[in-house]
Write a new protein. Sequence first.
Length: 564
Amino acid sequence: MKTIFAQLVFFFQNKTTQRNFAVLWKFFAFLGCIVIAYSVLFHLLMMYEGRYYSWVTGFYWTMTVMSTLGFGDITFHTDLGLLFTMLVLVSGVLFFLIMLPFIFIQFFYTPWLEAQEKARTPRELPENIQGHVIITNIDPVSTRLIERLIKQQIPYAIVTADTQKATELHDQGYSVVIGEPDKAITYERLRIQRAALVVVTNDDLMSTNIAFTIREVDEVVPIVTDADQANSIDILEFSGNTSVFEFTRMLGESLARRTLGVGMNTNVIGRFDDMVISEMPAMGSELAGKSLIDSGIRRETGVTVIGLMEKGKFKPSTPRTVIAPHTVLLLAGSCQQLAAFDQRFSAPVQRNFQETQVLILGGGRVGMAAAATLAEHGISYRIIEKDPDRANESGSAHLIVGDAADIAVLKEAGIETAKTVIVTTHSDEMNIYLTFYCRQLRGDIQIISRSILESNVAKLHMAGADQVMSYASLGAGKIFQLLKPDEVSLFTEGLVVFNAKAGGILRDKTILESGVREKTGCSIIAIRHDERMIVSPPPETRLAASDELVLIGTPENEQLFLDL
């Protein structure tokens, strides 16, 4: 009843609905006048023929003829009466069978359905809500962030002024509120005073407007914004945003740090107190081809090999696990332990300024950010950009104008001698195509690719990419770190870090005896015991029921552990 009442209130308060009802009532009044006029004429013509009927009979005859039912129980005998009957029949077809259904659907039924849809999508949040996240735009970053919020049971709301879009999102299961993002009343209805965070990923102009609007209502709520252009960062910060990121630049830098020559040392992908989680490609290092027990990593540095990433898939490590050339090692340890690892196992960087070491496909914002990072490390590179206007804007001497799918252009850029290819176009379909093409040309080259949607990460690995960075996951991870600074966010695909109590099932057992890795695929990378963090605990460490374990694995591994 409450829902129906809300729909009726919204329906009748709408000005368009009021105008529609005025037209509808006028039409019904016109029909009523026609029926009355025909009934009066029916009596006059029947009196002309010498017959008399009641007024009810007159209305009955008019309605049956106009609706084309025509029972035939009452008929005229004169030509004048028959002509009148034909007039009533034709007008009935026009008004009852054609105009009435059209006007009813156009001015009542369709607006009623629209009112139902609009009333179904709320225009404000409950008064008792708190700790929620307000999202002003739906894009790959915010979609990925919403997945993490749902998993952590953190309430959120997407605000949009487009009723149709709001209805579609609502039908897909999203929490949506209809409202103008640049109106202060919208954020009052969103209970912004009790919100934990506002995420603004609109364009720079709209983001600035939204930030000023929010600050009219609340001066302290944290606002995080994604800047499209580097020049907009200062303006967005001045307008009241707490944190301003440039995710495209961060993605380009992250791709570049994983290239051979730059990423020969460990690359930090997550932190938890004193523990650091890093990754390092085995390609080009002395570790390739060795088993973990023969490598002596833990014995010589104290670093724990959590597992291996092969083609985007996490594989728990065992002492007998052999490190393949295209494997990426996932490591956990303290800063001192990882520094010792770098000193012992990192391969020396061999720079050759006569040949292209890294080939970047795509000269957009991501590609140029990757190029800047490579230049800082003294790595020679070439960029292939298809758009001549963009190429002229960049003015880079390392840039070649051409199609990266053209073998002649690739050879000119140095595909035959390059050690790494970074694929950075803004189309996942093109990235998959170019990744597969480069893998066919060079089976031994390192390929690092960008992915806009997380759903395409697996496809890029199948196409031949050694490592894939998702724009959506990178942005969502950065934002989530602001919301939950005590939790670990890994900037790599398909892995999660989570905390769990040892409990009775693991009490008084050593890590080795517990069989956690064998049973679940998770690795224990740290233990909090009596307010003390033990990083990379040795296998003989005995667990207490009150110990808080820090584990890493895939989401499936996490569920297996929780089911123990």
